[in-house]
Design a protein around this ligand. Sequence first.
Ligand code: ATP
Ligand code: MG
Length: 226
Amino acid sequence: MEMFKLQQIKKTFSFGDQEEVILKNVDLTLNKGELTALVGASGSGKSTLLTIAAGLQDATDGQIFFNNQDLAKLSAEQMRAIRAKKFGFVFQFSHLVPFLTVEEQLTLMLDVAEKKVNKAEVTRVLQLVDMEHRRNAYPSSLSGGEKQRVAIARAIIHQPEIIFADEPTASLDSKRTEEIMALLKNLTKELNLTTLLVTHDQEVLHFVDNIVTMQDGEIIQAPVKA
Ligand SMILES: Nc1ncnc2c1ncn2[C@@H]1O[C@H](COP(=O)(O)OP(=O)(O)OP(=O)(O)O)[C@@H](O)[C@H]1O
Ligand SMILES: [Mg+2]
């Protein structure tokens, strides 16, 4: 089922009288329950497209539909609410808050999403990422892979519909990369999420449902089954 759609997305930046085109008429459709990888050379526009999709920056032109709703028609406040309640984020570095425990990283996110803290639900999500035994640990005592598992738990604790992940395995070794990818894939299926993953790593593509390749601000091939 189509749940997220980018249509004719353009992004330009102006430097004095010079205009640089970063994204040219990008179309992309993401389906529920599917993990889509966005790949392509450095500078091809992957992160720009992901942050535009996630509402973290505006496109110069084009439309974004979330469950058939045109996001441009929402007020800033409505958009903020969608981002906080329906979207989840994972980045290359886990960005955990150093002075909060694993459990508190999740309850903080629930506060942001204005959802009640349900201890059993926090436990269940920590179990999903196999971090329940470290719920009282601080980030400084976790390995890179463990931090990313907590970051993924934080990205799903508020029951979002879509996950945006920009190079979540880029700072991990190959064993941890495999673990995190398997986790993202399984969660996408179990929780029926729509997951957009930016990656450099060809090795992880066997985990994904669709591969979309970008080159110089364009998608150079239609989504194909991996
Ligand atoms: N705020 C900005 N102002 C000006 N140029 C920008 C801005 N953000 C991105 N760019 C340019 O847009 C292009 C695409 O950048 P983007 O970060 O989307 O690439 P990427 O595909 O994610 O690359 P990487 O794989 O290295 O992360 C780059 O040339 C970058 O310099
Ligand atoms: Mg990038």
